[in-house]
Design a protein around this ligand. Structure first.
Ligand SMILES: O=c1[nH]c(=O)c2[nH]c(=O)[nH]c2[nH]1
Length: 309
């Protein structure tokens, strides 16, 4: 044979597993990206196509989700060790397992002062992903008037309950099940336009304004019992317009980052949300929900397509 097989490995990469544990009203989240690579006695599948030694990559994916439910996720290391040991000790042809794990860290959204003590926000079920969002601004000046539009992108937030989606239109192609309890997650891209145009009023305090807008949009996200992402988005914009006099217009572009409950019935596991559940954080496709919220009587000026800004 003129060729020989060199190093080889296989498995399912980037299993996005989200485990939510419910401790009464306080929820805990573990959010991992798990990649499995297995190697061993795998010559034949390459040389002749015999799958006799091949544990399907689909099975390695199922194992990740089933283990998350069955044993929980104490730490990325513990979870990876558990998986690697399982593949190597349960399948004779598999001699080596490499498990790579990325963990996304979340922190709780702090409650608004007026809501403190009623169980909303802090200590509850609303999270913002750790790591800075990107802050943005665009300044336009024609020698007379200023237009300042500021904003942010990649501010990732998640509510692990208090989100429903039902009562929608159903046609011949609708398969989506109605739900009274789902994960609502999005990565906020937003822009807000200041009403200062260089007039006699003092310039806004840009730093303080940014901090406050960010806080209000997070708190509105956390405190809105959501019937749709559209409704939550409107509440976020309305809260900003209501609390920040310097802003007349807000536009959001919000991907609906779907978290699907994994069907673990085939493995004899119930994936009931009551005590906490395991989700697939889906990558694409995603719903994309966009709208402008305006102070009454003002003209919209932020472009509909935020990438044009
Ligand atoms: O909040 C939502 N809004 C929708 O318009 C929609 N459509 C869908 O399939 N899921 C959802 N969720």
């Amino acid at each position: 044979m003129p060729t020989i097989l060199g190093q080889n490995q296989y498995g399912k990469a980037e299993n996005r597993v989200v485990r939510i544990t419910r401790d009464g009203a306080t929820h805990h989240i573990k959010d991992l990206n798990v990649s499995v690579a297995l190697s061993g006695d795998m010559d034949e599948v390459h040389y002749s196509g015999s799958n006799a030694h091949v544990l399907p990559t689909d099975t390695t994916k199922n194992t990740v989700y089933a283990f998350a439910k069955k044993y929980g996720i104490e730490s990325a290391e513990q979870f990876g060790i558990h998986l690697a040991r399982h593949f190597v000790t349960s399948q004779e042809p598999i001699h080596r397992a490499r498990i790579r794990v990325e963990e996304y860290a979340w922190e709780r959204i702090e409650a608004a002062g007026e809501k403190a003590g009623d169980g909303a926000g802090e200590g509850g079920h609303s999270f913002v992903r750790k790591g800075q969002e990107t802050r943005l601004t665009q300044i336009a000046y024609d020698g007379e008037r200023w237009e300042v539009i500021s904003g942010l992108k990649d501010l990732t937030v998640l509510n692990s309950t208090d989100s429903e989606f039902r009562g929608y239109v159903k046609d011949a192609y609708t398969t989506l099940e109605e739900t009274r309890d789902r994960v609502l997650a999005t990565s906020v891209s937003g822009r807000w336009r200041f009403n200062w145009t260089g007039d006699d009023r003092p310039m806004p305090d840009w730093e303080e304004s940014y901090r406050q807008v960010r806080k209000h949009l997070l708190q509105a996200f956390a405190e809105t019992y959501s019937l749709s992402l559209q409704q939550t988005m409107y509440e976020m914009g309305a809260r900003i317009i209501d609390r920040r006099d310097e802003i007349d217009e807000v536009r959001f572009s919000l991907p609906n980052s779907h978290h699907f409950l994994v069907d673990l019935e085939p493995f004899g596991l119930s994936n009931d949300t009551a005590e906490g559940a395991v989700y697939v954080a889906a990558d694409r496709p995603y719903g994309l929900i966009e709208a402008t919220v305006l102070r009454d009587g003002r003209e919209p000026r932020i472009p509909a397509d935020l990438t044009n800004l």
